[in-house]
Design a protein around this ligand. Structure first.
Ligand SMILES: [Zn+2]
Length: 354
């Protein structure tokens, strides 16, 4: 069924299953954007220092709600779902404590050195983290995986496909009942693995990986605002991701990976990785689903598959999207600097009304 004549779409209120909010002034500048569209968000723990304990996660949760209140957002309509940062030294006791807190919903695996603030990441998952993984499996809490090998001899564009073979498959053979979310998949190999694998596995997909291929980074010159990790891939991969996200499979759900970096740190000799999409996440996803005539699959992807996988209730509120011209701003305020959103200056055809 084509949905290209749809002019308005009301869906169950969505959640963002992968979000970076940072801390301090940055947190205050961005948190209200997410709360405007989403009822809940999985909050990434890669702060400096990383959020490795339940105590730190609960304190961070408090700062998020405080920042939202200060920014004029509605703290009763937004729930941050906290995560812990897995290290070589994470104990099983810490995992159980996190689970019992009722506020921590997942643990994040960053291979050491894979992305922003991942220096404290895991060096040897099956060698050093078995106790923590057993504890996660026992309490049914998902392991969220940044799925790229960090071996410098592996080509940057191949790091996800090789991760599937070298890390994901051995991990899931060793812990077949462990819930795993393969975060921000970017390749055909990743999408096909998640689609076909046995057991509790799912994946999040970002708006930038649905909308752009790697040409976007080099269009007429280097375009730092299209640089993220895992990096955009070639068109065949983008098509595989669009197919996965719009397939209706409950294994694929929304995770923006929205990551605010000040304009000057993106437009830099060594620019930061990350795209800012919290401002207009649902507009971007609606555009991507509409482009292939699959708006009827957006609600499952954005509002149902995530909570079902995490065994949380679906939201009760709604969000309405209208087909209406929307010019993405060139930049938005970010403390005493600015932030360039994804697709800055471009025209989108959808607008979200909370
Ligand atoms: Zn991320």
């Amino acid at each position: 069924m084509s949905t290209q004549n749809t002019t308005q779409l009301t869906i169950t209120r969505p959640d963002d299953w992968h979000l970076h909010l940072r801390d301090g002034a940055a947190l205050e500048a961005v948190v209200a954007d997410t709360a405007r569209q989403f009822a809940r968000a999985i909050i990434m723990p890669n702060l400096k220092p990383p959020v490795t304990t339940t105590e730190q996660a609960l304190a961070y949760r408090g700062r998020i709600l405080e920042a939202l209140k200060k920014a004029g957002g509605n703290v009763d309509a937004f729930t941050p779902l906290m995560t812990l940062y897995l290290t070589d030294n994470t104990t099983s006791e810490e995992i159980f404590r996190a689970h019992e807190s009722g506020q921590v919903y997942a643990v994040k695996l960053y291979p050491a050195g894979a992305t922003t603030n991942s220096d404290a990441g895991v060096t040897d998952l099956l060698g050093k983290c078995t106790k923590a993984l057993e504890a996660l499996e026992k309490c049914g809490m998902p392991l969220l995986v940044h799925g790229e090998v960090t071996d410098p001899s592996i080509d940057l564009f191949d790091r996800e496909a090789i991760f599937v073979e070298r890390v994901m498959k051995p991990l899931r053979r060793a812990f077949p009942a462990l819930k795993v979310v393969f975060e921000h998949i970017t390749t055909k190999e990743g999408a096909e693995y998640v689609r076909d694998a046995e057991g509790p596995i799912a994946a999040t997909i970002t708006p930038q990986h649905m909308l752009y291929n790697r040409n976007a980074i080099f269009q007429g010159g280097v375009r730092p605002h299209y640089y993220c990790l895992p990096v955009l891939k070639r068109e065949t991969h983008r098509l595989a991701l669009v197919e996965a996200a719009t397939s209706g499979s409950p294994r694929f759900f929304l995770g923006t990976d929205s990551a605010p970096h000040a304009r000057g740190l993106k437009e830099h000799a060594c620019g930061c990785a990350g795209c800012y999409t919290a401002l207009h996440a649902m507009e971007l996803y609606a555009t991507a689903f509409d482009a292939v005539g699959k708006l009827d699959k957006l609600e499952g992807f954005a509002s149902f598959h995530g909570p079902d996988f995490y065994a949380l209730p679906r939201n009760t509120g709604t969000l309405t999207l209208v087909r209406e011209a929307y010019q993405v701003p060139e930049e938005v305020a970010f403390g005493n600097t600015t932030l360039v959103p994804l697709a800055a200056g471009e025209a989108l055809e959808w607008r979200a009304r909370a």
